[in-house]
Design a binder for this molecule. Structure first.
Ligand SMILES: Cc1ncc(COP(=O)(O)O)c(C=O)c1O
Length: 385
């Protein structure tokens, strides 16, 4: 691999095919993918329904100019607004999660005329743009780990709610990799105060959306109805389509403000067709409920590891977004576990900074593959301790 620019650690370079939760290398060795790519293939790799729609749409129309959104985009927008529970709103389809979050952030600033946005310090929002930087005068970052539920006032008293354009909420603490869920009471309190002071609520559902946490969206675990929702990853099941949904009054305020968004891929028919089929498949085949139940089963297994091995500090999860945190240990670390699991044919996420192994499998994964991973991890821990 001499011509691939390294933006990440490169571990393996010969995956050639995928089927549901399995990846196959050039030797036809099978790996069970507990990361769904980068948390994208909620329905598994190369899902037949999505592939059929993709193939059919490729024959018709892939891309059109930004002046020509068509009926497919309109229908996809209605589908997205329906699942995010915005009764009357508008939507735009883009390419990446970062782009959708940054678009939402720009929208919030423009419609409220308040540039200061509030978010949690450990929330990952985007790879670039203002949402990527999350710094300077534009952002107020709250470290929720220091907030105790019995004294929320103390935690929130320094926040100038009148000046906040929006609370940008990432419900999985997930982008930072550590799988730490923000406390419900705190989120509710912030949302209330931001709304009362005239600000907007935006949910970053790039990772937590499309059933990942056992509900359609991560915000549904909180008493939180966003005005703006950014979606990505699972929306395309591996194809790069993202979306921003918002209430009609916000959309119309942006439209009349003279806002122009210069980006080539907006409301592309191919991405819209895929998003529609992903939503229909999740809904018709009841994958979200299945993912919720499977996530419980997985979490119970991880909790058994926690009870048995001192090196396991904590098992945590919501739906099919789970993490296993390790205590410091002479020989056992998450880096060691990642490589040992890979050797045995399991792909998991690992975050040395937080000592966390992370699991975001497809909602379509078989129970036996989860059992297989748990048994493999247990036997590795047995030999290493
Ligand atoms: C919570 C969250 N927001 C935004 C993004 C950015 O999405 P993308 O990588 O598709 O640009 C990610 C990516 O991991 C994410 O986890």
């Amino acid at each position: 691999m001499n011509h691939i620019l390294k933006c990440h650690e490169i571990v393996k370079t010969d995956f050639v095919r995928g089927k549901n939760c399995y990846l196959f290398d050039s030797q036809e060795r099978r790996y069970v993918d507990f990361e769904s790519g980068i948390w994208c293939t909620a329905l598994g790799h190369c899902h037949p329904r999505i592939n059929r729609v993709m193939q059919a749409q490729i024959e018709k129309l892939v891309h059109v100019g930004t002046r020509y959104p068509n009926d497919l985009a309109e229908k996809a927008a209605m589908d997205v607004l329906d699942i995010v529970r915005i009764d009357d709103g508008k939507c735009v389809f883009l390419s990446s999660g970062s782009e959708a979050v940054e678009f939402g952030v720009q929208t919030a600033r423009r419609t409220t005329n308040k540039k200061l946005l509030l978010t949690f310090s450990n929330s990952y929002l985007a790879a670039y743009g203002s949402a990527g930087r999350k710094s300077g005068d534009d952002w107020l970052l709250l470290d929720w780990s220091s907030c105790t539920t019995d004294d929320l006032d103390a935690c929130l008293k320094s926040i100038p709610f009148e000046a906040i354009g929006a609370f940008v909420f990432e419900p999985g603490g997930s982008g930072s990799g550590f799988v730490k869920f923000p406390p419900k009471q705190l989120v509710r309190e912030i949302a209330q105060r931001v709304k009362q002071a005239g600000g907007l609520l935006m949910a970053n559902e790039i990772t937590t959306g499309m059933g990942r946490t056992g509900k359609w969206f991560g915000f549904q675990h909180y008493d939180f109805q966003p005005d703006i929702v950014a979606l990505g990853k699972g929306l395309g099941n591996g194809y790069p389509v993202s979306a921003v949904a918002m209430r009609r009054n916000i959309a119309e305020a942006v439209e009349t403000s003279g806002f122009r968004y210069a980006q080539s891929h907006q409301n592309d028919p191919l991405g819209c067709a895929i998003a529609r089929e992903v939503i229909a498949t999740l809904r018709e085949e009841n994958w979200i409920e299945r993912g919720r139940a499977l996530g419980e089963f997985f979490l119970e297994g991880l909790q058994r590891l926690q009870a048995k091995y001192d090196v396991v500090k904590e098992a945590r999860g919501r739906g099919m977004l789970l993490g296993l945190e390790f205590n410091p240990h002479e020989t056992i670390s998450v880096t060691w576990a990642y490589h040992a699991l890979l050797e045995k044919g399991y792909l998991v996420g690992y975050y040395p900074a937080g000592s966390v192994l992370r699991f975001d499998p497809s909602l379509t994964m078989a129970e036996k593959d989860i059992t297989g991973l748990l048994e493999c991890l247990a036997s590795l821990l047995d030999t290493a301790r």
